[in-house]
Design a protein around this ligand. Structure first.
Ligand code: CO
Length: 220
């Protein structure tokens, strides 16, 4: 069976199995979505959001792009954040990057790939901001890993600084922003320790002039 036909066959089998387990599953979902989480991740095919955290349809609101970037002028991502926070009232926003990210590596190596170079410029901005941290690392793989982590932190901070999140915090909404990273070669997620629920929390973690005050150490 070719790949496209296989997708339809898989879909029929999946829908039948979900209905067998829970006969009202699709009916209930079609009437309401109440996800508690917004996931902002990389478009990489090896990091399927729902699957790696064992979440069913309806549990995760998802935005993915190359290198999990949150740009202050990207109305696609900003609209997702606004809808998730203001309409769905998610309680957590997770920026999840991954080690071995092709976008991050291309940015680090200053590869010329075409239009996407402009998008990856955001990662190069992170690299330049942390030049002092990254340049002393002589091992290339380790330097790549650190840039993947720093990119998560910077994008999560960008989430915190959006007007939508700032407004939600000002209004006393329960909303926490997290920075996580996924390792392709063992399938495990790690918490980078960024967990911010208020403007004061952000200031504790992050010095706006100099960047992170604490080196991100993967936890768990
Ligand atoms: Co990636």
């Amino acid at each position: 069976m070719d790949g496209l036909k296989r997708m339809f066959a898989n879909n029929r089998a999946w829908a039948a199995e979900m209905t067998r387990r829970s006969p009202r599953f699709f009916q209930d979902l079609s009437e309401l979505q109440e996800p508690e989480f917004l996931w902002i991740g990389c478009a990489d095919s090896r990091v399927p959001a729902n699957e790696i955290v064992g979440m069913r349809p309806g549990e995760l609101f998802v935005h993915r792009n190359v290198a999990n970037i949150v740009s202050h002028t990207d109305f696609n991502c900003l609209s997702v954040i606004q809808y998730a926070v203001e309409a769905l009232k998610v309680r957590h926003i997770i920026v999840c990057g991954h080690y071995g990210c092709g976008g991050v590596i291309a940015a680090q190596k200053n590869k010329r790939l075409g239009l996407i170079d402009n998008w990856l410029r955001h990662v190069q901005d992170v690299q330049e901001k942390y030049r002092g941290v990254l340049s002393p690392i002589t091992d290339e793989a380790e330097r790549q890993d650190r840039l993947c982590e720093l990119n998560v932190i910077e994008q999560a901070v960008n989430v915190c600084q959006t007007t939508v999140v700032q407004q939600a915090w000002r209004a006393g909404q329960d909303l926490t922003v997290h920075g996580w990273i996924y390792r392709l070669n063992d399938g495990l997620l790690h918490d980078l320790g960024l967990c911010v629920s208020s403007d004061e929390g952000l200031a504790d973690y992050y010095n706006v002039t100099h960047g992170i005050d604490h080196w991100p150490v993967p936890r768990g």
